[in-house]
Design a protein around this ligand. Structure first.
Ligand SMILES: Cc1cc2nc3c(=O)[nH]c(=O)nc-3n(C[C@H](O)[C@H](O)[C@H](O)COP(=O)(O)OP(=O)(O)OC[C@H]3O[C@@H](n4cnc5c(N)ncnc54)[C@H](O)[C@@H]3O)c2cc1C
Ligand code: FES
Length: 278
């Protein structure tokens, strides 16, 4: 059993927990994730390690309540326990090979997986320009944390309730047109956002990496649930990723696969007893 040490409500649908997991905290590196089960009958859910504190023996997770498991997790309070917590999984992030500006783009809850990477770049002494966006101001998370580790921070909202009225790609376009060397762009968010950004940067030939979030089951490269085609090769996101060269990813296949379990997920939510069907 793993103890939830602290809880913070970031928005109506986003929650942050510190989880007591000393062994995971000792080994975790930016870019890696964990798989948890809320209870012994529950499904296994992957979440990025947003932060870790080896001295306190804790890991931070930030998640958006989208379905049964994340809604059940969101109902937990500090002091409660969850059944399993496995990690750190996935490959740690790599640093850009080329000199120049790094641009980090985070959309919605994708800001949570972008944050530890920007923190890693910042710790390594690199200057990062961050562009974060959400549908509206109330859904925006981690603005202060991102500002603290970024040289420049731009905020966008789809409805114009805060920051730039429009998409993260609008701001990114200015940097692409500017012509200053960009070492790497890292984009994490909903699939349509990541697909739009790789299509936007492809003509400029700027390396663009994405962090993928397909359905996962075992997290060990054995079950095949998280397979993705990258550069015409089959890769498993859990062991080969989750970060890949966005220009090589087959997004059409990923979008089709992400819709495969919609009916089952809807039924699970309708039947759940944790307040998710309200
Ligand atoms: C490596 C990795 C890291 C992740 N990190 C985070 C994180 O830090 N914070 C966070 O909030 N989420 C993260 N996710 C996504 C998270 O795992 C899913 O949101 C979660 O599994 C949904 O479970 P559920 O039972 O609550 O919802 P489900 O009932 O499984 O799904 C409900 C709805 O959410 C959609 N959905 C389900 N899984 C995903 C997914 N992987 N991506 C996008 N939409 C999905 C479904 O299509 C459906 O519409 C990550 C995923 C991966 C693979
Ligand atoms: S989750 Fe099973 S192969 Fe990746």
């Amino acid at each position: 059993m793993y103890k939830l040490v602290t809880k913070e409500v970031l928005s109506d649908v986003s929650k942050k927990f510190e989880v007591e997991a000393p062994l995971v905290a000792k080994k975790a590196q930016p870019g890696q994730f964990i798989i948890l089960r809320v209870d012994e009958q529950g499904e296994r859910v992957p979440l990025t390690i947003a932060d870790s504190d080896p001295e306190r023996g804790t890991i931070t997770i930030i998640f958006q309540e989208v379905g049964l498991t994340t809604k059940c997790l969101g109902q937990k309070e500090a002091g409660d326990y969850i059944a399993d917590f496995v990690g750190p999984l996935g490959k740690p992030m790599e640093f850009p090979e080329e000199p120049g500006r790094v641009i980090a783009v985070g959309g919605g809850v994708g800001i949570a997986p972008v944050y530890p990477k920007v923190k890693g770049f910042h710790k390594a002494g690199m200057d990062v320009t961050s562009i974060i966006g959400a549908r509206c101001k109330d859904l925006l998370i981690l603005e202060d944390e991102m500002r603290a580790v970024s040289k420049e921070l731009h905020v966008c909202t789809d409805d114009g309730s805060y920051g730039h009225h429009g998409f993260v790609s609008d701001i990114l376009q200015k940097y692409l047109d500017d012509g200053e060397p960009i070492a790497e762009i890292i984009a994490v968010g909903p699939l349509p956002m990541m697909r739009a950004i790789v299509n936007q940067t492809r003509p400029y030939g700027v390396k663009t990496v994405v962090s993928l979030n397909p359905v996962m089951v075992d997290g060990t490269g054995m079950c095949g649930a998280c397979r993705v085609t990258v550069g015409e090769e089959t890769k498993f996101t859990c062991v080969d990723g989750p970060v890949f060269d966005g220009h090589q990813v087959d997004f059409d296949e990923l979008v089709a696969r992400s819709r495969m379990y919609l009916d089952q997920e809807k039924k699970a939510l309708e039947n759940c007893r944790c307040g998710g069907a309200k």
